[in-house]
Design a protein. Structure first.
Length: 677
């Protein structure tokens, strides 16, 4: 049975409520806050993360770092470099890049893990960089994984990484936080992968897009740490910026019985002292913490689920796909999602005594060299290889379309990875499905999508509808009553302009700045202004002027990571973009280049209602938006001067203002380096 309940919930005053776990961790790692300042969702803060990881992109980060005039990393204990993405590539060009990264790390005293050691995210967990209640970032989207051990992990872009290398810090806007409650207990044969695949399919309308997620509920105590890591990892595909599990008794026992036993007493990050500190100083959300949304799922209602084809938003029950009798060509047990020891053991238990079906290629790679050694010692690795699987080195590979075993035209693959976007794992004319290690192993033997029960002559679990609910929190206009925000000299106290409606969702970066100009480095600013938004609307240039404010729909700036999507808008003389929501990379590139953004869903909804039926792509609305930075309040008046919207927004602190005043993050870093020199 499907139960959906959406209702508005008024929140208490900003300074009279507690913090959720996400806000508490950010509070710990925020720097240069005013005395007594508490941080909440929506606030812009400067953060000094515990650790920052980069992988094969370490050399592009290093070149940007050096291009900023930096010569020495601020804190070499903060930085971690791993080589994991293209480890099968033995070309001289790639090997030279790897040598450059290793040499740079050696010169700077940075912790470095060479190709073959494993996937960076797994290393961050194994080696205790991502540790409960710390904030750890990475220049990779799957840094969400760290939330499986109670570490707030979130992705950054290369400019952010270069800033952290040079100054120890970057910025973050604390996102809205969604509470995802897992109730009950999983039925036999249902795994952690099934939970996140089910969530992606059941809540597939961007309910958690650009949210931080906190998992709660009585169902968590039954979930292994590996299950939690898998779920946190794929909150990325669900659209979230982080996926955080609590620091509970099961996690503490895992550190005591599993990690300390492997690492010994002398490890610099995971040792008796650090684990004891967690036990003695528990941290959890306050009882009066506020969440933007509350999603509930009854785990007992789940069966094995499979994503696809070619979309994580499509979730099918295993039973339904078995009935469709879908032959497969390739199967994969690889990636940072499901290649830990328990995953390999689970696959081995399924495949033991069987052989990979004729015509099927089954690829296996451990998440790290340590995992592979453990799997070999346990006999699981041998079992899988004896069944006919093909081993790959510990690292990434087919998951990101690199190396051996990619899908060819017309092929069907089933994988225990996290992404099955069209063309992601090879040909755009192939079909890719995502499933648990058990289902992947069984499918490799059966030669079609199927479950492990079938190898024992049993039928798969029957389809059941997911029991779920959702509550959305509405913040009243007078709910947030913080004190006055200090404004730096050179930063405007008020930002004001006419709203220009670009009524579309998912306007991508190519629509904002045409791709044909992206790799031309000599495009003058005037030309950038002229072609801004031309792939969205050829009339945009003639209808807009400097000082206007773009107002658009949801997921504005999705697509590629080109920074010119932000700088073209700035070249047009526009300092602010408002949308229902933004693509995360666009948001970061905007602030990094001194373009301000605001998410105000009610505003775009109001304008859509007013201009319903209009065939204009770009509309001058006559509505004036006024953002009072000192009170963190936005007021919008229509063409007749009537107030149509007034609400609080995140506080724009002096740290973020300083970045904008200095022309963006790179300008701020140069200023800091100059001041330090």
């Amino acid at each position: 049975m499907l139960r959906v309940n959406i209702r508005g919930l008024a929140t208490s005053a900003r300074l009279l409520r507690g913090q959720n776990l996400t806000e508490k961790i950010v509070q710990r790692y925020a720097v240069n806050l005013p005395a007594g300042k508490q941080v909440f969702s929506g606030d812009y803060v400067s953060i000094k993360p515990a650790h920052c990881m980069s992988h094969d992109n370490s050399w592009p980060v290093a070149t940007k770092f050096m291009g900023l005039g930096a010569t020495k990393v601020k804190d070499n204990r903060q930085i971690v470099c791993t080589l994991d993405h293209d480890v099968q590539n033995k070309s001289e060009k790639n090997l030279e890049k790897y040598r450059n990264i290793e040499q740079f790390a050696k010169e700077q005293g940075i912790d470095f893990y060479p190709a073959g050691r494993g996937i960076g995210h797994q290393i961050m967990i194994e080696e205790g960089y991502a540790f409960p209640l710390n904030l750890t970032v990475a220049s990779d989207s799957h840094s969400n994984t760290y939330g499986g051990v109670g570490s707030l992990g979130t992705p950054i872009v290369r400019t952010d990484a270069a800033s952290i290398w040079a100054t120890g810090q970057t910025w973050w806007q604390i996102p809205p936080v969604a509470k995802v409650e897992l109730q009950g207990k999983l039925p036999a044969g249902v795994t952690g992968k099934d939970i996140i695949v089910a969530l992606c399919g059941a809540f597939n309308k961007d309910e958690v897009l650009n949210h931080a997620i906190e998992f709660v509920g009585d169902g968590i105590e039954h979930l292994s740490i590996d299950y939690r890591l898998t779920i946190a990892n794929m909150t990325t595909e669900w659209g979230a910026l982080s996926g955080l599990f609590p620091v509970d008794a099961r996690l503490l026992d895992w550190y005591r019985s599993e990690r300390l036993a492997k690492l010994g007493s002398g490890h610099p990050r995971v040792n008796d002292k650090t684990v004891s500190a967690l036990e003695k100083n528990p941290v959890q959300s306050d009882s009066d913490a506020v969440y933007a949304k509350h999603l509930v799922v009854d785990l007992s209602s789940l069966t094995p689920y499979i994503s696809g084809p070619n979309s994580v938003k499509i979730s099918n029950s295993l039973a339904d796909l078995v009935e469709q009798d879908i032959p497969i060509n390739k199967a994969y047990l690889v990636s940072c999602t499901n290649s830990r020891l328990s995953d390999i053991q689970a696959a081995a238990d399924v495949i033991r005594g069987h052989k990979v079906a004729p015509g099927v290629e089954f690829y296996v790679a451990a998440a790290s060299s340590n995992v592979q050694k453990d799997a070999e010692a346990a006999g699981a690795w041998k079992t899988i290889l004896e069944a006919g699987a093909k081993p790959l080195p510990a690292g990434c590979g087919p998951c990101i379309g690199l190396g051996t075993g990619l899908l060819k035209d017309g092929e069907v693959g089933i994988s225990a990875t996290n992404r099955n976007f069209k063309g992601r794992m090879g040909s755009k004319d192939a079909l890719a499905y995502l499933a648990s290690p058990e289902v992947v192993a069984a499918s490799a033997v059966l030669g079609r999508i199927g479950g492990p029960q079938e190898l024992e002559g049993k039928s798969v679990l029957s389809t059941r509808e997911i029991i779920k609910t959702i509550e959305e929190t509405k913040v009243s206009e007078d709910a947030a009553t913080g004190g006055a925000v200090e404004v730096l000299e050179g930063f405007p106290k008020v930002i004001e302009g006419e709203l220009i409606l670009c009524d579309a969702d998912n306007i991508n970066t190519d629509g904002i700045y045409p791709g044909k100009y992206t790799y031309q480095d000599d495009i003058p600013r005037e030309k950038m202004a002229e072609v801004c938004m031309e792939n969205y609307d050829a009339e945009f240039n003639g209808k807009t002027k400097a000082g206007d404010i773009i107002i658009s729909g949801y997921n504005f700036g999705t697509g590629s990571s080109r920074e010119q999507a932000a700088t073209a808008i700035l070249a047009r003389g526009m300092k602010l973009v408002v949308a229902g929501s933004f693509g995360n990379i666009f948001s970061r590139n905007s602030i990094n280049n001194a373009l301000l953004t605001l998410e105000i869903p009610d505003l775009i909804n109001n304008l859509r209602a007013k201009y319903a039926g209009s065939d204009e792509l770009t509309v001058r609305t006559g509505w004036i938006l006024k953002w009072d930075v000192t009170t963190a309040t936005v007021e919008v008046k229509d063409s007749e001067g009537n107030v149509v919207l007034k609400q609080k927004v995140g506080e724009l602190g002096t740290n973020l203002q300083d970045i904008i005043v200095k022309g963006g993050l790179e300008g701020w870093v140069r200023s800091e380096l100059k001041a330090g020199a």
